[in-house]
Write a protein that binds this ligand. Structure first.
Ligand code: MRU
Length: 354
């Protein structure tokens, strides 16, 4: 675990006999935690974005599977596995885009099916697996951050990086993917400043990314989403680093709405555009990005800012939460095993995982 960032936050973790989540809907004005002891409450916390960010909801769902397992009242192994599948169905229905959620739930189901022993032992194994997923994600993010150092522009002066949404400690089990790269660059004296897009409609950049930077003393400048092109034209940005919710086998990457336009703007200004994500974010069952399911959220997120309605009655709304950046706009994908070209994903995966 990194000792360089003593204020590092952990948005989801096992505490005594339940899960503790940082309530991300209350940041930055209030820091609060939510105690989760039941699988229904975990499903609701994921849906309502108390916990959010692709790897973080994967970890939360893994714990949700254990909490659901704990609620099953039977000693019959087959009945237990049938009931556990119902918990999986409930948790899979929370958010559709981030593949990490499905990856973690599948790993928990596989653990239950493959573990030899009685129901009590299966339950214990599920808790251990969820804790492993949690710990592995922190180590994965630290590796992503450090691998990012080899692909960031090698300039004599420290870099000015731009990010979108929040792919930080709050979006993972800790340290972050895109913000992991930012943190590693800061630790090595290679970062001058981070520019953070506010990220309408839910403002994860303004509320969460800047909050994380302030905790760690990383210089951060908040801009609205429509300022990125201007900043690049002014020569203020050396590289863009974002996270991903799901990457197709051809390297097309789904991330927070607005990422695609940022990639186009970066290409127009010759600014390198990096996607930082664990290899578990790649969905090799999808050949291209158009197959990635895109979550649509409540229109209130578009027509209201805070408590204020910003348009008259009679207007219609569209609120896709993610978009897909085509592989050809991505300079490299930074994974825990190193940085690669989007086109080399399949070959790379075969080499790493076999
Ligand atoms: O809707 P959110 O806040 O869950 O979306 C989060 C993002 O889009 C992140 O960039 C992505 O999950 C990567 S997190 C390491």
């Amino acid at each position: 675990m990194s000792t360089h960032f003593p204020n590092q936050v952990f948005p989801v973790y096992w505490y005594e006999d339940h899960v503790r989540l940082i309530d991300q809907t209350r940041l930055p004005n209030e820091f609060g935690v939510v105690e989760i002891s039941r699988s229904d409450d975990m499903a609701l916390a994921i849906k309502t974005m108390i916990v959010r960010g692709a790897p973080a909801i994967g970890v939360a769902a893994a714990y949700g599977m254990y909490l659901g397992a704990r609620e099953i009242q039977t000693d019959d192994r087959e009945k237990f596995l049938t009931e556990l599948e119902k918990v999986a169905v409930k948790l899979r229905a929370t958010r559709p885009t981030a593949v990490n959620l499905f990856w973690a739930i599948d790993r928990m189901v596989k653990t239950a099916r493959q573990t030899v022993g009685n129901v009590a032992f299966l339950k214990e194994s599920l808790l251990e697996t969820a804790k492993s997923i949690n710990a592995e994600d922190i180590a994965t993010c630290e590796a992503i951050g450090d691998h990012g150092l080899s692909v960031l522009p090698q300039t004599p002066e420290p870099l000015r990086l731009l990010t979108h949404c929040n792919a930080g400690a709050l979006a993972t089990a800790g340290y972050g993917t895109a913000l992991g790269v930012v943190r590693s660059a800061w630790r090595e004296g290679r970062l001058e400043r981070l520019y953070a897009d506010e990220t309408r409609p839910r403002l994860q950049g303004a509320k969460l990314t800047t909050w994380e930077c302030v905790q760690d003393g990383i210089p951060v400048t908040l801009i609205t989403d429509n300022m990125a092109a201007h900043c690049m034209k002014q020569g203020l940005i050396d590289a863009v680093v974002v996270g991903a919710d799901r990457i197709a086998a051809n390297g097309d990457a789904a991330n927070k709405i607005g990422t695609y336009s940022l990639a186009i703007v970066a290409q127009a200004h010759n600014v390198p555009f990096f996607v930082a994500a664990p290899l578990s974010t790649v969905d090799f069952s999808l050949s291209e990005g158009s197959q990635i399911p895109i979550e649509e959220r409540d229109s209130v997120e578009v027509y209201q800012v805070g408590e204020t309605r910003i348009c008259p009655p009679g207007v219609e709304f569209y609120n896709p939460a993610f978009d897909v950046t085509p592989a050809h706009l991505i300079t490299a994908i930074i994974t825990e095993f190193g940085a690669i070209q989007p086109a080399d994903l399949i070959q790379f995966h075969e080499k790493q995982v076999g």
